[in-house]
Design a protein around this ligand. Structure first.
Ligand code: F0G
Length: 362
């Protein structure tokens, strides 16, 4: 990457592919350019000489992929003279919106389902100075309110119903193609409001159309078993899952996600909360990558594709040596409570070498 693009974020890097002009004021925290990490143990689990890579989006400035779309949405809002951002969120969008609003020197209002936001994400929205309103309802209710509020002048909605969010998030696909030299064969990711799968597919198609890649990946999405409207093809009134980021019953980009899955010959499948937590622990302990539960849903999904006979997309039929990318959408530290039941109750011992040795068991 040329030094003039270093640390300046995804707009500077992919300006030619994004709806900005010379006069757009760029609000960036240096997002993007996240590592594509080769994962030997995941590759081993998939077998057949396949290579699995993690796109670790938890390393963005606010710890999730949302920053890619937020830099563009906030820059465009500023260009139009907006002074207040507004969004509904399951946590990460609000954290990101709050940070970019702070950076831009404008205000931000976030509408959240009360008691349903991971602790780290709520802390982020607060510390970046957002005005937080908790509603007695779920994410889908919050988004409905935001849609209505956003019709009044002066507000910019920065949910993924704002096309700038999707445009910015396409840059994750651009980076993958740039690093791999081509598109992967398969791309796995969790699906909530369905903006990200829409954005990746748009990004892959765009680079393909520009001759930057020779192939297109099959897009494979995963929803939590009790929050799976796209999988079941019906609105889920009361979505439930430990993966609070994807606890969504009526996704805004439902149709676009369907199109991405069908056009790419991919699939959409479900994973249980137990599978999600098991995959989260497995990834941390075998690859050293700490994903939040929503992100671990895609890892759990990968395991399902490897072995389950009822998997929608079976890896048994994929080409030998396939290249598989899985997006880890958010950092595990955002949601410490998800693993509350797993953490051991550490009993302190006397500060003596023998006691410590005994406690260690070796
Ligand atoms: N993973 C994480 C960590 C998320 O925060 C989200 C969405 C998703 C996956 C799903 O992405 O909605 O584009 O399909 N979080 C939104 C939010 C809804 O409000 O932070 P999607």
């Amino acid at each position: 990457m040329p030094v003039t693009q270093q640390g300046r974020g995804v707009i500077e890097r992919y300006r030619d592919f994004l709806p900005v002009s010379e006069s757009t004021p760029i609000v960036s925290l240096g997002e993007g350019n996240t590592p594509l990490i080769y994962s030997p143990r995941l590759s081993e689990r998939v077998g057949r000489n396949c290579a699995v890579f993690i796109k670790y989006e938890g390393l963005n400035p606010t710890g999730s992929f949302k920053d890619r779309g937020m830099t563009l949405a906030v820059s465009k809002a500023l260009e139009r003279g907006t002074r207040t951002l507004i969004c509904a969120s399951t946590g990460n969008t609000s954290a990101s919106a709050a940070a970019y609003a702070a950076r831009a020197g404008i205000s931000c209002a976030v509408i959240l389902p009360a008691g349903k936001i991971a602790r780290g994400k709520l802390l982020q929205a607060f510390v970046y100075g957002a005005k937080i309103v908790a509603i007695e309802g779920n994410f889908d209710d919050a988004l409905q309110i935001v849609r209505e509020l956003g019709e009044s002048a002066g507000f910019a909605i920065v949910n993924s119903i704002n096309p700038a969010r999707i445009a910015g998030q396409k840059t994750a696909a651009f980076e993958i193609v740039d690093v791999m030299g081509d598109a992967p064969d398969l791309h796995l990711l969790p699906v909530g409001n369905a903006g990200n799968i829409t954005a990746y597919w748009a990004g892959y198609r765009e680079f393909h159309a520009h001759g930057r890649s020779t192939t297109l990946p099959a897009m494979i999405g995963f929803q939590a078993a009790e929050a799976a409207p796209i999988f079941h093809n019906r609105v889920i009134e009361e979505p439930k899952t430990i993966a609070s980021a994807i606890r969504i019953g009526n996704p805004a980009s439902w149709k676009q996600a369907r199109a991405a899955i069908e056009e790419s010959k991919g699939g959409i499948d479900i994973v249980t909360d137990a599978e999600i937590i098991e995959a989260q622990m497995w990834l941390a302990r075998h690859e050293g990558i700490f994903a939040e539960p929503a992100s671990a849903a895609a890892i759990a999904g990968m395991f399902k594709c490897c072995s389950a006979t009822d998997a929608i997309f079976s890896f048994k039929n994929i080409r030998e040596g396939s290249r598989i990318v899985c997006t880890v959408t958010g950092h595990g530290l955002k949601d410490p409570d998800a693993l509350r039941d797993k953490i051991e109750n550490f009993q302190p011992v006397a500060p003596k070498i023998d006691n410590v040795r005994q406690a260690l068991g070796f």
